[in-house]
Design a protein around this ligand. Structure first.
Ligand code: SF4
Length: 185
């Protein structure tokens, strides 16, 4: 079974690929992440994934370019939450590519992260699969998260410090600064 694995980054891909291969499935990687900002961060994550795919001899499909403006425009207009908009955008992109390229199913490395809204992601994956007429292969990869991160670090893959969008970058660093200031009082 040929599976299109939407990948948010190399570290999260490591254990997802291993798990799918162990099941006898054949994963190909999709890079489609208009939610990663700023540009230097986008390039760091993308290039790390390219390196990983080359080392693992994984076919890679590359969709879209840096999407700061489109993403911010979409977030400003959505009546859902920012993350719901983000999941919808990426799962719709993955489902569309899976369908047009003849994959049996698609899934995402976002399912490995304990920091994502797993239930929301699962629902959106299924909805977009139904919409595009291709199976969303649901797996709970979360038990492999820590092991995957350690393996990625050992391989020298780029490890990001925040989820992806410019808002999550602010939450990561400004949140930390605020906590420090509060504890100093
Ligand atoms: S926090 Fe993460 S999932 Fe939510 S919108 Fe930003 S990049 Fe997307």
């Amino acid at each position: 079974m040929n599976v299109l694995l939407h990948a948010c980054c190399a570290p999260c891909s490591v254990k997802c690929v291993e798990t799918l291969r162990r099941e006898g499935l054949v994963p190909s990687i999709l890079w489609f992440n208009p939610n990663i900002h700023p540009y230097t961060e986008y390039i760091s994550r993308r290039d790390s994934l390219l390196k990983y795919c080359s080392e693992e001899e994984l076919p890679l499909i590359y969709e879209g370019e840096y999407g700061l403006r489109t993403f911010l425009d979409g977030v400003s207009k959505t009546d859902t939450s920012r993350c719901e908009f983000c999941y919808c955008t990426r799962m719709a992109g993955a489902a569309s590519v899976a369908k047009s390229r003849g994959f049996d199913a698609f899934t995402t490395t976002l399912l490995i992260s304990p920091y994502q809204n797993h239930e929301l992601l699962m629902r959106i994956g299924h909805e977009q699969g139904e919409k595009y007429g291709v199976e969303f292969l649901y797996r709970d990869f979360r038990p492999f998260f820590r092991e995957g991160q350690a393996a990625a670090r050992a391989r020298g893959l780029y490890m990001q410090k925040y989820c992806g969008c410019i808002f999550s970058e602010e939450e990561r660093y400004l949140g930390k600064k605020k906590k420090k200031e509060a504890s100093a009082k």
